[in-house]
Design a protein around this ligand. Structure first.
Ligand SMILES: Cc1cc2nc3c(=O)[nH]c(=O)nc-3n(C[C@H](O)[C@H](O)[C@H](O)COP(=O)(O)OP(=O)(O)OC[C@H]3O[C@@H](n4cnc5c(N)ncnc54)[C@H](O)[C@@H]3O)c2cc1C
Ligand code: SF4
Ligand code: SF4
Ligand code: SF4
Length: 556
């Protein structure tokens, strides 16, 4: 069979499964939110950030949030890491998301179906966004005073300013989503009342209960997320206080940075992970060292007494299926730290008392079990986000929220399989979500660096670094100031577009038999029956966009 091309569709705002893209890149395959990274980078390279913003919104209504605080698994898998340095995908997403735009999104015609969503975190609000765009009437019930879940209430301002979350939840509301704050379902309104009044209900309540270590003195421990949420509301000084944070994940580091900014005299982190296995992102560990925060790795707190934290030194540890820590200690070696305030960041658990009457199926750790449409074991009750996955990330909550919206839509409309979801440009210039139930979803082949035979086509170029306003005054202002326009364009140009055709024409030039040609859609096979299967096109392609299946006669 002659070469087959995997092409990015020219019409860049179209979302969904790309019929002509049989191949994809490791970055796109590993983004839990499903961002169309290559399309965004193509547009940023072309100096079109507004269009890049529109493309992001076809999959993810929170690109300003994920563009700042996503743990960026896409970058860990970027092929360019094997060439020089990986592409700064998250900073590019942030740059596009911060570009002002006028939303062209418009909901489909009213379906007369009503959906209730419990919880306004990234999972609940993403689900609301897509259900509304599909034409359903959506009402969100939120226990807190503001919308946005953990990113709005608990993530500190120096990583994620509140106005970014408000901008993105505001856009969702502007599409016609109704939201009621200060309504705790199970307390202010019964779940049964909601389920009776709506055609479908989605539970997206995250993990709210803070796990407190069961050690002597545990009553003096301050729960980490409560500490962060109250510091977000009122910045009470910790001047002169010694603060110890128990935990080594992102939440613990957020507490340590916050304590430092509240002028604590000393801040220490005590955590069981070894030095080389710290759970927080490397840049945060580096930042902590820069700010003089002490890191005590391989240590497990065993008690808090008379203003002193005692911790045992760990040789090794593991967790049981139910999340219990099983540890082996170095005998006789203890760490002692003076502490006025001890913050406990040892994880979050689901709090589903109000669901008890339904006897829902749950995992060993208490999270909800759902089917392929995200429906729980109760008829018409769906679930999205951390309440299903356990504590995860904003990007995974966004992906889960979108999948749940499609699952609810299938259930409401009696569809047996997920439709293709894409956006159509109307004559009045609005963008409308469209659904196509007649497409077969294809597995895409992920193109790894080793499959790109001509990487030297791409010039070596250093990764761009955004300026960071990290000063010794340790303000609450955002750490990272983001890319300039020039930096965004330069960084987007570094993308090698793994697995997608960039219409460079190399394959056409290299074909010794002149069977290839180009038109406005890029290269194509003009004379398929004359292909020699020499693979010159495949070898010359700088993106790995060409697949060749050799005829059986060539293989024997
Ligand atoms: C301090 C902290 C920092 C984090 N930092 C990062 C980070 O840097 N990067 C990252 O990717 N992820 C981070 N995470 C994880 C991320 O925030 C979560 O994975 C994500 O918010 C989960 O989204 P969700 O919508 O499932 O739940 P949540 O964001 O928890 O939202 C659930 C919402 O439901 C509401 N609710 C609960 N019960 C009820 C009820 N009975 N009735 C009505 N409403 C209810 C809650 O008030 C809340 O607003 C962090 C988490 C924490 C705690
Ligand atoms: S959401 Fe996260 S994983 Fe996805 S593109 Fe953005 S930074 Fe990468
Ligand atoms: S080079 Fe571009 S397409 Fe390839 S993995 Fe990196 S960001 Fe993705
Ligand atoms: S060589 Fe260039 S034009 Fe041909 S398939 Fe690869 S990227 Fe596209």
């Amino acid at each position: 069979m002659p070469p087959r091309y995997s092409k990015e569709l020219k019409k860049l705002v179209v979302s969904g499964f790309q019929k002509r893209q049989s191949r994809t890149s490791p970055c796109e395959a590993s983004c839990p939110a499903g961002n169309r990274i290559q399309a965004v980078e193509t547009l940023l390279k072309a100096g079109k950030p507004t269009e890049a913003h529109a493309v992001l919104l076809t999959r993810n209504p929170f690109p300003g949030v994920t563009g700042r605080i996503c743990t960026h698994p896409c970058e860990m898998h970027c092929n360019r890491r094997k060439y020089d340095e990986g592409v700064s995908i998250r900073a590019l997403e942030r740059f596009a998301a911060d570009t002002p735009f006028v939303s062209r999104l418009t909901p489909r015609v009213d379906t007369k179906k009503k959906v209730a969503i419990i919880g306004s975190g990234p999972a609940g609000m993403t689900c609301a966004y897509f259900l509304r765009l599909m034409g359903h009437a959506v009402t969100v019930f939120e226990a807190g005073a503001v919308l946005g879940g953990v990113p709005r209430m608990s993530v500190p301002d120096f990583r994620l300013p509140k106005n970014i979350v408000e901008r993105e939840t505001g856009h969702i509301l502007s599409l016609g989503v109704t939201a009621h704050t200060n309504v705790r379902v199970g307390q202010d309104v019964a779940l049964s009342t909601i389920m009776e009044s709506y055609d479908a209900t989605v539970v997206a309540i995250g993990n709210q209960k803070e796990r407190i270590l069961d050690i002597p003195g545990h009553e003096r421990l301050v729960p980490a997320v409560s500490f962060l949420s109250s510091s977000n509301l009122a910045r009470r000084s910790l001047a002169g206080k010694n603060v110890v944070v128990l935990g080594g994940g992102g939440v613990a580091f957020d507490c340590a940075f916050t304590a430092k900014r509240l002028n604590a005299a000393s801040v220490s982190l005590v955590f069981p992970e070894a030095q080389d296995a710290i759970k927080a992102p490397a840049e945060e560990v580096e930042q902590a060292r820069m700010e003089g925060i002490s890191l005590h790795a391989s240590c497990l707190a065993i008690g808090v007494e008379n203003g002193v934290v005692k911790a045992a030194r760990l040789e090794k540890f593991t967790f049981s299926d139910t999340g219990e820590l099983i540890a082996k200690f170095h005998e006789g070696k203890e760490l002692t730290l003076t502490a006025d305030t001890v913050i406990c960041a040892s994880g979050l658990l689901p709090d589903m008392d109000f669901l008890e009457g339904l006897s829902l199926e749950r995992t060993a750790r208490g999270h909800l079990i759902v089917d392929e449409f995200q429906q729980t074991s109760a008829h018409g009750l769906f679930a999205a986000g951390d309440i299903v996955t356990g504590p995860a990330t904003v990007a995974s909550a966004v992906g889960s929220g979108r999948k749940t919206a499609i699952g609810v839509h299938c259930w409401l409309e009696g569809l047996e399989q997920f439709p293709e979801v894409y956006f159509r440009e109307n004559e009045d210039d609005t963008l409308e979500l469209s659904l196509n139930s007649n497409t077969v979803q294809q597995e895409q082949h992920v193109v790894l660096f080793e499959e790109i035979e001509n990487p030297s086509y791409h010039e070596h170029a250093p990764r761009q670094h955004s300026a960071c306003a990290r000063t010794h005054f340790l303000p609450f202002e955002e750490f990272d100031t983001g890319f300039t326009t020039e930096q965004a364009q330069a960084e987007a140009s570094r993308c090698m577009h793994c697995g997608h055709c960039i219409d460079c024409g190399t394959c056409v030039e290299r074909c010794p038999n002149y069977i290839l040609d180009r038109d406005e859609d890029g290269p194509f096979v003009h004379y398929p029956e004359e292909c020699w299967h020499c693979a010159c096109c495949r070898i010359g392609c700088p993106t790995g966009a060409i697949a060749i299946e050799f005829p059986i006669t060539m293989l024997v």
